[in-house]
Write a protein that binds this ligand. Structure first.
Ligand SMILES: NC(=O)c1ccc[n+]([C@@H]2O[C@H](COP(=O)([O-])OP(=O)(O)OC[C@H]3O[C@@H](n4cnc5c(N)ncnc54)[C@H](O)[C@@H]3O)[C@@H](O)[C@H]2O)c1
Length: 257
């Protein structure tokens, strides 16, 4: 599939990795791009900057109705949905036992799973329903879905039990989703980023970012959001990529903390 003339939905598209995908999709000639994000102001500002091929919709991916409304609005505005890139996600760091021996708060665990895993599954299933109505291209493709996991799915650090479980869930469901959606001609891929320089690290003081940038093996720097977007483009373009997880991490392996 090609981005040229495609209709793309990007959850979490108002910032960071999702924003880079939105920008690249517009630059590569997408017919329309929907930014589905909880941050209405940022989504509106990006849409205003990029012009009429971008639609901004306020949507929380853990709300089934809001996900459905974002997909309906995409089809109404641009005629169909071809590609979904699911970037929306949250991280709440909490040790399973704190220093006083108190167990972690269960609602935090449930919240992370609710957004990152259940919310992403909802985005995939509702996107697939819309894509299944498309005319197939020459390769029989009706759609492409790309999920965003994390290297924490494999080497989760102290305090990342919930986050790693949520991202590990995305890794685990990549193959069964691709098998489920194969009859509809929809491919499913997952990217597991390492340390990419986005506003997700806005909490980090400069010395912490400097330290983080030394952890990848090569190149020894944080990744750039557009390097994520370039991989998204490669996955869309290559019809033989399906049911797999790709680490985008400069050979990084996260230490325990
Ligand atoms: N940046 C990294 O180093 C890195 C590494 C591994 C994985 N990731 C994953 O990549 C994804 C994007 O992260 P980022 O670095 O671009 O962060 P970011 O904070 O820059 O962007 C995340 C966007 O998602 C939106 N969002 C959050 N919860 C949402 C919800 N429930 N519904 C809709 N939108 C929601 C936010 O408003 C924000 O615009 C996340 O899933 C994150 O876990 C990032």
């Amino acid at each position: 599939m090609q981005l040229q003339d495609a209709v793309v939905l990007v959850t979490g598209g108002a910032s960071g990795l999702g924003e880079a995908v939105v920008r690249r999709a517009i630059a590569d000639g997408a017919r329309g791009v929907t930014i589905a994000d909880m941050s209405e102001d940022k989504a509106n500002a990006l849409a205003a900057e990029l012009g009429e091929r971008v639609l901004a919709i306020k949507a929380d991916i853990s709300d089934e109705d809001e996900v459905g409304a974002a997909i309906d609005a995409t089809v109404t505005q641009f005629g169909r949905l071809d590609i979904t890139v699911s970037c929306a996600g949250i991280a709440i760091a909490e040790r399973t036992l704190d220093r006083e021996g108190q167990p972690a708060a269960l609602p935090n665990y449930a919240k992370v799973i609710g957004v990152n895993l259940i919310g992403t599954f909802d985005v995939v299933r509702q996107s697939a329903a819309a894509m299944s109505k498309n005319e197939p291209n020459g390769d029989g493709e009706r759609g492409v879905v790309i999920m965003t996991a994390s290297v924490a799915a494999f080497d989760g650090q102290v305090g990342q039990a919930a986050y790693s479980a949520s991202k590990g869930g995305l890794v685990g469901m990549t193959l069964p989703l691709s098998r489920d959606l194969a009859p509809a001609g929809i491919r499913v891929m997952t990217i597991a980023p390492g340390l990419i320089d986005t506003p997700i690290y806005s909490f980090a003081p400069p010395e912490m970012k400097e330290q983080l940038s030394k952890t990848p093996v090569f190149p020894k720097r944080l990744g750039r959001p557009d390097e994520f977007a370039k991989l998204v483009v490669a996955i869309i373009d290559n019809a033989y990529l399906n049911g797999e997880v790709i680490r985008l991490d400069a050979a990084l392996r996260l230490p325990p903390k």
